[in-house]
Write a protein that binds this ligand. Structure first.
Ligand SMILES: Nc1nc2c(c(=O)[nH]1)N[C@H]1C(S)=C(S)[C@@H](COP(=O)(O)O)O[C@H]1N2
Ligand SMILES: [Mo]
Length: 269
């Protein structure tokens, strides 16, 4: 009996030792793998300075963001032939008949509350038309429920801001990789200041946001905002202000006509 028990004990001692050795081996393999992965992460540097495996994770994150934040994704575009010819005219605030188109200029204030004349920029239509142009055919959606496929052309708002180095505290061209330098909002107003919108800079910088001067290959009709209107497809029509007269930048929300009347400030689709 005693012999047997001793044997059993020996056996279990051996068993414990073996388990300990296995545990150590597993532990060292684990540590080794972790160090290996860590070294691999550190050696795989990409052009942009981001580690490749990290880059892969960031890219995946970006894709997820694109799904969840509408200001990143692209609105569906249509063939130009789908655009309607009889474009609906809806809003008419700030669109009075007394407007003198020949005297029109776009007045831009680079910095809020700045009284310096250097802060103000006046642009003529020809200067805006001289910038590279782009066009879009998309389903224009009004918050009242109707929608219409329409065609517009003009300069990408982001290209315009970059060209004139607008929308930054520093006076450098805006860059989405440097959001700390960008004002949070851009404000737009009709020449008579009766219709006005505020747009967050990220949405203003969206590739489909366009300062338009053409509709269906012709200059904008008067009631469509001649000479210059905003088209911002990622938002409801209320933000697509017609007949822009003033542009300014701010870190606080610019006043917004429909927000004052109870609508959502962002008016995102
Ligand atoms: N100046 C100005 N822009 C405006 C409006 C307005 O009343 N005045 N209405 C907005 C609204 S609510 C919509 S839906 C669209 C309508 O554009 P449309 O008149 O070209 O259909 O313009 C927007 N831009
Ligand atoms: Mo609207």
């Amino acid at each position: 009996m005693k012999k047997k028990e001793l044997k059993k004990e020996e056996k279990s001692g051996k068993y414990i030792r073996r388990r300990m050795i296995i545990s150590f081996v597993v532990f060292f393999i684990f540590i080794g793998t972790a160090i290996g992965i860590w070294k691999w992460l550190n050696t795989r540097e990409e052009d942009d300075g981001t580690l490749r495996p990290l880059r892969t994770i960031l890219n995946a994150n970006e894709k997820i963001n694109n799904v969840f934040f509408s200001s990143n994704h692209l609105v569906k575009e249509y063939p130009k032939s789908k655009a309607v010819k009889d474009v609906r005219v809806n809003g008419d605030v700030g669109m009075g008949d007394y407007f003198d188109a020949s005297a029109w200029k776009l007045t831009i204030n680079r910095h809020p509350e700045s009284t310096s004349p250097d802060s103000v920029l006046y642009l003529k239509m020809e200067e805006i038309q001289a910038l590279p142009s782009t066009e879009i055919t998309f389903d224009f959606k009004c918050i009242e429920g109707w929608s219409q496929i329409t065609n517009w052309a003009g300069v990408r708002f982001s290209d315009f801001l970059k060209h004139y180095r607008l929308g930054t505290h520093s006076g450098r061209a805006p860059d989405l990789n440097h959001p700390e330098d960008m004002y949070k909002y851009v404000g737009l107003m009709t020449p008579d200041s009766t219709y006005y919108v505020g747009i967050d800079m990220k949405s203003a910088m969206h590739p489909q946001t366009i300062l338009t001067y053409m509709m269906n290959d012709s200059l904008l009709p008067m009631d469509q905002g001649y000479p210059l209107r905003l088209i911002i497809p990622i938002k409801y029509g209320i933000k697509s202000i017609k007949r822009i007269g003033y542009m300014y930048f701010s870190d606080t929300r610019p006043k917004d006509y429909w927000f004052e009347r109870g609508y959502d400030y962002d008016a995102a689709l």
